[in-house]
Write a protein that binds this ligand. Structure first.
Ligand SMILES: NC(=O)c1ccc[n+]([C@@H]2O[C@H](COP(=O)([O-])OP(=O)(O)OC[C@H]3O[C@@H](n4cnc5c(N)ncnc54)[C@H](O)[C@@H]3O)[C@@H](O)[C@H]2O)c1
Length: 503
């Protein structure tokens, strides 16, 4: 006999009676809405319990996420990894106290069994090409989700994930954990206070590259790896030596190159400081160059620039208004630029040469204003010229410290379980905000592949015809394998356990 939870798990929320769900404000009426009412069935008393979380992808960054989640108060009840070795290591992270968690190799089985596990959330830490499928399943199931950066592998996926997140109304967070640190807060405060005047541009860079993926030799996958599950939505291709772990980043089929990997951390700062959100950002003209345009391997280096215009009806940059700064402190269009693997920001190069300082090696971000410059990295900042730096700082509205990136998400889950309607917006990198950063970064990777000037509309979330590529997205819209798309039908087949039975 089906119990109540299992029964609800099989019924589209739009069909279920609100009284049955006991939480009418979460009943979905949206076409793309969550069909699984599990999340609405937890009793209010449960709000005090540690959120029950599943981690998908436990090696590499996933191991850090596991530690951070436990430290932040999560009850990690399930681990999923396609590599038995990563799974074993995660379970035995404290050999004296092995984790009491169910283990899965196939994320589809985890989702099919989500009600048995009474999950409160899912953390996705797989390679980029699986992010959207796992995240979409969580959202479609009405489960809170934390997903590593970049949120998605393609822009089409970003559109779909934002639609699912808006319909699901659950706490979400993208894994840009530097956002929770103090130095970024101080920089945002100073930029917004107008310390270097009107902001005209911002350069971001990293001195490394995930370049030149060797396209061979083809070898058997490691014995512990379920390679077909690792491929997930990606088209079948032979295993290339050293692909897993980590080096998948060098291939477009699985990763997003150096810009996709590091851009989310560095460009997060200007996106935050300049209040670039869905309401304020209009269309960006993007031009990028890279070492070579290759359909298989990511380039050795990339340079990209975005000339960003405000949204016609956006009414200026809301982030500034929220912090007491006038919207006029940002030039329209605003120019953002990206440089990686030895390509240099002209700002860092010129000022560094003049001051005999290695600003390029020391920092990763440079704001240019009408009165001066502000350099930053994860841990420190520098205002130039010195005369401005020495002036008394204007009164700034302090941004409160974060309790921690994972904690923000867990606290939002607790509040959401207790019925707070605002909880979904509480994590600072909720998908409503972080998807803008995601699309900024991914539009740069598409521009690099186009080798031509293109334009992306952040309001419509699509490219607009210009240059020689009327639809540059065609350059990068990988077709998922059968059963692994983000369509309602494929997602619901997994959630009902159909795809596992047929696998
Ligand atoms: N926020 C950060 O600072 C940070 C740092 C490093 C990596 N990352 C992000 O984390 C993600 C993972 O990167 P990584 O360096 O840990 O990669 P990795 O290859 O080292 O580890 C990925 C893990 O996921 C597992 N995995 C792969 N496909 C899976 C699937 N379908 N289901 C379940 N498990 C699967 C792998 O076996 C491996 O254990 C990437 O998106 C990356 O951008 C973020």
């Amino acid at each position: 006999m089906l119990d109540r939870r299992a029964f609800l798990g099989l019924v589209p929320a739009v069909l279920a009676a609100p009284t049955l769900l006991g939480c009418t404000d979460r009943v979905k009426t949206h076409e793309a809405g969550s069909y699984d009412a599990h999340a609405t069935t937890r009793h209010k008393d449960d709000a005090s319990q540690a959120p029950r979380i599943a981690i998908i992808g436990c090696g590499g960054r996933g191991a850090d996420n596991l530690g951070d989640l436990i430290a932040a108060g999560a009850n990690v009840v399930a681990l999923c990894d396609v590599d038995q070795g990563a799974l074993d290591r995660a379970k035995q992270r404290d050999p004296k106290n092995p984790l009491d968690a169910r283990t899965f190799r196939d994320l589809r089985e985890l989702f099919a069994r989500r009600n048995e596990l009474a999950l409160d959330g899912v953390l996705v830490s797989t390679p980029d090409h699986t992010h959207a499928f796992a995240t979409a399943l969580a959202l479609r199931a009405g489960l809170p989700v934390y997903c590593e950066k970049p949120l998605t592998h393609s822009l089409a996926e970003s559109r779909r994930i934002l639609a699912l997140a808006r319909a699901a109304r659950v706490p979400t967070q993208m894994g840009t954990q530097i956002h929770a640190t103090e130095n970024y807060r101080r920089v945002v405060e100073l930029v917004r206070a107008g310390v270097i005047g009107e902001i005209t541009s911002c350069d971001c860079w990293v001195n490394k590259g995930w370049c030149c993926g060797p396209t061979g030799p083809v070898v058997p996958p490691p014995a512990t790896l379920a390679y077909d599950l690792w491929l997930g939505p990606a088209q079948e291709s032979p295993y290339v030596d050293q692909l897993h772990p980590a080096n998948w980043r060098k291939y477009w089929a699985f990763g997003t190159g150096t810009l996709g990997d590091m851009g989310c951390h560095m460009m997060d700062l200007p996106v935050w400081a300049l209040g670039l959100d869905r309401a304020s950002v209009g269309t960006a003209e993007i031009f990028a160059q890279c070492s070579d345009i290759d359909s298989v391997a990511c380039p050795e280096w990339t340079e990209a620039s975005w000339a960003i215009r405000r949204a016609a009806n956006g009414g200026g940059y809301r982030g500034l208004a929220a912090f007491g700064g006038p919207a006029s402190t940002i030039k329209d269009p605003l120019v953002l630029r990206w440089f990686d693997n030895g390509r240099m920001s002209p700002i860092a190069q010129e000022l560094g040469g003049k001051d005999r300082q290695d600003y390029h090696g020391r920092f990763n971000i440079a704001f240019q204003g009408t009165n001066g410059f502000l350099f930053a990295n994860y841990g420190e900042f520098l205002v130039l010229p010195k005369a401005i730096a020495d002036e008394p700082k204007p009164a700034v509205t302090a941004i409160p410290p974060s309790l921690g990136h994972h904690r923000e998400w867990l606290d939002a889950i607790r509040a959401w379980r207790a019925g707070s309607v605002d909880a979904c917006d509480a994590p600072l990198c909720a998908f409503e905000r972080s998807s803008v950063l995601n699309e900024l970064v991914l539009s740069g990777t598409v521009a690099a592949r186009a080798g031509n000037r293109i334009a992306y509309d952040f309001v419509e979330q699509r490219f607009v015809g210009s240059g020689s590529h009327a639809n540059p997205e065609q350059l990068w819209s990988p077709q998922p394998r059968s059963g692994w798309s983000l369509s309602d039908a494929d997602l619901d087949a997994v959630l009902r356990g159909v795809s596992i039975r047929n696998a």
